[in-house]
Design a binder for this molecule. Structure first.
Ligand code: TTP
Ligand code: MG
Ligand code: MG
Length: 428
């Protein structure tokens, strides 16, 4: 594969290698750390509160948790109440029980499985823990929830060896060594295939998929294995006699578009061919930034205009500072008011150029203020900047500064009464 890039230039671009890592039977495995004597047994997690094992712990208060006999734990067949299973150990899965199954049904399938409740605090602790271990080895990590992440292997030392297998092994070892937990890892050219691949060898497995393997390893899979094809799409695909990913890949893109719509049909075609260039998102991008303040006492637009005006200017300056500090510019500027009767009013306006300039924000936010009622007293005032983009050196971080005639622009007031207050507002 590397040969494709070898064109006489010394620097061969590395092949994109994306890993998807998913912890094995996560909630159950966390419980087994506390109760290692249950290892290898059928255990399901679900049902009520931690009361269940609190009772056991009290009974065996004289010994460490790891020495409470397995026979002391409650059985699924004795479980009373409703609820669903959140997960099951691999030993329990042998009986056909698994996530989202009702406890009653599970009890019929695996009556002698042990039941333990979820310990969310413990789960969150280990969730943070395994992610921190990964980040020390491979820094480009996208958090995908409590027990899974995407990791960019492309430029990490060892990330290209054996298609990523060497680095995957190292990560598995580090996580197991430091927590006692196992995970499964899929490594592929992109997120879409990596996500599928992490399931190929569960538990404690590694799967490496190359672009050339799509036909043999991806096409035979049922359509639901594509992350993004849900139960509804599955039903429709089945009605159209498409059952495997290969069935989808065999269709014309236009035909899929006709049947599933422009965006979804085209996406489905790409997905079936294993095409996906979504980047690894290391932290979620903010949609907007805002600052707001609740006053110590309700303020009136006319009687307290000096105080309100100062607060307003300050809020704009704070939002501008937030934008600059985080490296964003925005194009939609808005305000939020809460009146003394707790009603809320918001207005916004989108401008031509992206900005993080406090004066521009102040000016446009001021125009928004002209469009709301200001007879009632106010409890809260907020300023928001949305439609954000990362500011770059090419892009001027500030819009053209205009003279400080704050309400000069004639933005048609949405509220006719606002006109009567325009004179007042000029004082802000
Ligand atoms: P999963 O990764 O889907 O499952 P798992 O880690 O238990 O097992 P696997 O080895 O197949 O990955 O989910 C992670 C945790 O999220 C799981 O341990 C429990 C919780 N969960 C629920 O609470 N409800 C659900 O329906 C699912 C699917 C998971
Ligand atoms: Mg998991
Ligand atoms: Mg998961």
């Amino acid at each position: 594969m590397a040969g494709r890039y070898a064109c006489g230039v010394s620097s061969v671009p590395p092949i994109r290698r994306i890993a998807h890592l998913d912890m094995d039977a996560f909630f159950a495995s966390v419980e087994l750390l506390r109760y290692p004597q249950l290892k290898g047994l059928a255990v399901v997690i679900g049902g009520g509160r931690r009361k269940v094992d609190e009772i056991i712990r009290q009974k065996y208060a004289d010994r460490p948790l790891s020495e409470i006999p397995a026979a002391a734990f409650p059985l699924l067949k004795d479980y009373v109440g409703r609820g669903v299973i959140t997960t099951a150990t691999y030993a329990a899965r042998q009986f056909g029980v698994g996530s989202a199954m009702g406890m009653m049904k599970a009890a019929r399938l695996a009556p002698d499985a042990l039941v333990l409740p979820v310990d969310f605090e413990e789960v969150r602790k280990y969730s943070r823990g395994f992610k921190a271990i990964i980040r020390e080895i491979a820094p480009v990590v996208e958090d995908r929830g409590v027990d899974e992440v995407y990791i960019d292997f492309t430029d990490v030392p060892g990330g290209q060896r054996e298609g990523g297998r060497v680095l995957a092994r190292l990560i598995q070892k580090a996580i197991h060594g430091q927590t006692g937990l196992t995970c499964s890892i899929g490594i592929a050219p992109n997120k879409l295939i990596a996500k599928m691949a992490s399931e190929f060898n569960k538990p404690n497995g590694i799967s490496v998929v190359h672009e050339a393997d799509v036909q043999t390893r991806i096409w035979p899979l049922p359509v639901r294995k594509i992350n993004g094809i849900g139960p509804k799409a599955e039903v429709k695909l089945h009605q159209l006699q498409l059952h495997t990913i290969g069935d989808i890949a065999a269709q014309q893109r236009e035909w899929l578009v006709d049947n599933f719509g422009k965006a979804y049909g085209a996406w489905m075609h790409d997905a079936a061919w294993g095409r996906d260039d979504r980047p690894i998102v290391t932290e979620s991008e903010p949609v907007s930034m805002s600052r707001e303040t609740t006053f110590d006492r309700d303020l009136h637009a006319v009687r307290d205009r000096v105080e309100l005006g100062a607060i307003f200017t300050d809020l704009c300056r704070q939002v501008a500072q937030d934008l600059r500090r985080k490296g964003y510019v925005g194009r939609t500027i808005g305000i939020k008011l809460r009146y003394d009767d707790f009603r809320i009013a918001t207005r916004d306006q989108t401008i031509e150029e992206f900005t993080c300039d406090p004066d521009t924000i102040r000016k446009v936010a001021g125009q928004c203020l002209k469009r709301v009622q200001l007879e009632r007293r106010l409890r809260l005032l907020g300023v928001r900047v949305g439609k954000l983009e990362k500011s770059s050196s090419q892009q001027p971080a500030t819009a053209v500064r205009e003279q400080p005639a704050l309400y000069a622009s004639a933005d048609t007031p949405a509220d006719p009464q606002a006109d009567t207050l325009a004179g007042t507002l000029d004082l802000f």
